[in-house]
Every structure is written in C-alpha cells, then in structure tokens.
Write a protein that binds this ligand. Sequence first.
Ligand SMILES: [Zn+2]
Length: 77
Amino acid sequence: MDLRAPLGLGGDHYLTGVSVGPVEDGRVHDCAGCDGRVRRDRVHLSATVRSDAGDRTAVYHYCSDDCLRAWLAVAAD
Ligand SMILES: [Zn+2]
C-alpha cells in the first residue's frame, strides 16, 4: 500500500509504502528492527523507503508490527 503522502524519515529518505505479505523474492531477510529473521513463508510487514539522493528505493522487512513501529518511532522522530 502506497502512502497518500510520503513520510519524511530524515535527510533525503521518505517512507512511501507499507505492505503485508510473504517475502516476494523468496529469500530469508534480517528484520530491520531486531535481530530476528523474516522467513520467506511467513507473513510479515515491509516498508518501502525512497531516497531522493540518487533516486533509489529500498525495501526493509520486519518480523512484527512492533518492530516496524519501533523503527518508525526512531526514524520519523
Ligand atoms: Zn523484528
């Protein structure tokens, strides 16, 4: 789901979308919010972050809602 308005995260970085679902690329990812892993067969949260510097987009994976919220509380503060 794309956000109606990108959320500034500091610098040139903006949160542009959040999605729920299995890992699309089928790989196991490290959770961006804790030391946990996001398994490919588990439903989880992903955040899409755009960087205006270099016009790049990155997707971060979170093992739980709490991890995403904690990451946002730090990043968007
Ligand atoms: Zn986590």
